[in-house]
Write a protein that binds this ligand. Structure first.
Ligand code: ADP
Ligand code: MG
Length: 361
């Protein structure tokens, strides 16, 4: 049997609607699970339940061959025995401990010599050398985040849980740290579950993404599955990005990247080097449709294709176009009629380079 994570729990806070989560995935296909959804949907509650910091009134949590929770069999494994690294949203660093003290906090089982060695290893891995005697308040936001991560990783947990790992950072730092964190997670090859409400982060970190609506897991699947083929309208609305396809950078000029996607060429903003695999993400509302062959707008990208589906969405209509890959566009009913679009119609899809988001993978 493949190594698997299987969660099926219900947690109810007094006077609140219950929070349900049913998620199951194979670890050989997915090192990182992302719990993605709006604020208040129950992500932190699910994460804390996996950590053993909340006790669901019903359900099971299994990690590989171990059962951590089974309410019907009265199995309740303690947080310590689960061997989890947990990083809360606000980091919860100990203000009176030094960086080294914070990182070494969970290493009581090691001998003093081994502990010092492990802390040094973490200082190197998280680029914190020279800061071992500093107190958290003396550090930048990015450094505090790395100390919190180092503390979670230091005891060599079997599962790493990160709650909104980038949300406490200011916007300019966030993009940088996002790339660094992805790199560290890949290096560690440690199973992780990451909570976020940001789709860029979900696509950066998730091998599998579980989309949460209010108190419920609505869709579990690969990034492309969840974003490009959402199970229902609620999932589509939560993810908000209709086209996600794999591509590879073929040219790079000062942050304007040319990307090849299944034979089609696109220009997007991104600093990824030539040859880098990327996820190409386009919102349907950023795609403008034109008469086939017109090329009227000043947009960077003009893709020629054929309409494969026309799906009404309230006052708007989602048009799916095959232009080497399936591309979704959101247009008004008026525009649809003006262009006389139906399944099989040739059409040109235009979008600015700024609407083509590239995410490194
Ligand atoms: P998210 O992390 O997705 O923002 P949370 O898991 O923090 O969501 O919260 C989900 C719901 O549960 C919210 O309505 C929140 O107010 C409620 N909730 C969370 N923690 C508690 C608690 N300790 N006591 C009572 N209600 C809580
Ligand atoms: Mg939360």
């Amino acid at each position: 049997m493949a190594a698997e994570v299987a969660i099926d729990i219900t947690k109810t806070y007094p006077g609140r609607p219950p929070i349900h989560a049913a998620i199951r995935y194979a670890l050989d296909q997915a090192t990182s699970l992302v719990l993605f959804g709006p604020s208040g949907s129950g992500k932190t509650t699910v994460l804390r339940s996996i950590a053993g910091l909340e006790w669901p009134e019903r359900g099971t949590i299994r990690f590989i061959s171990r059962t951590w929770l089974d309410t019907s069999a009265r199995v309740r494994v303690s947080p310590q025995q689960r061997r989890i690294g947990y990083m809360p949203q606000d980091y919860a660093l100990f203000p009176n401990y030094t960086v080294a003290g914070n990182i070494g906090y969970g290493l009581a089982e090691l001998s003093p010599v081994e502990r010092t060695k492990r802390v040094a290893e973490m200082l190197t891995l998280f680029q914190l050398e020279g800061l071992e005697s500093a107190k958290p308040r003396e550090l930048s936001g990015g450094q505090q985040q790395r100390v919190a991560l180092a503390r979670a990783v230091a005891p060599r947990p079997q599962l790493l849980l990160l709650d909104e790992p980038l949300s406490a950072l200011d916007a300019p730092t966030r993009a940088q740290v996002r790339g660094d964190l992805r790199h560290v997670l890949t290096q560690l090859a440690l199973p992780s579950i990451i909570v976020t409400h940001d789709w860029t982060e979900a696509l950066t970190f998730g091998d599998v993404i579980a989309v949460m609506g209010t108190g419920n897991v609505l869709h579990v699947g690969s990034p492309q599955d969840v974003f490009s083929r959402p199970k229902n309208a609620e999932v589509a609305q939560i993810v908000g990005v209709e086209t996600v396809v794999e591509g590879s950078v073929s040219e790079q000029r000062n942050g304007l990247a040319t990307v090849r996607v299944n034979g089609t060429t696109l220009r997007g903003l991104g600093t990824d080097p030539v040859g880098a695999p990327v996820l190409v993400c386009i919102r349907a509302e950023d795609v403008v449709l034109e008469q086939a062959g017109s090329g009227m707008t000043s947009a960077r990208n003009h893709l020629v294709g054929t309409v494969t589906a026309v799906t009404p969405q309230g006052v708007m209509v989602q048009v799916t176009i095959d232009c080497g890959f399936p591309l979704a566009a959101l247009v008004t009913r008026g525009a649809l009629e003006e262009l006389a679009l139906r399944v099989g119609s040739p059409v040109t899809a235009a979008m600015k380079a700024g609407a083509v988001h590239l995410i490194s993978r």
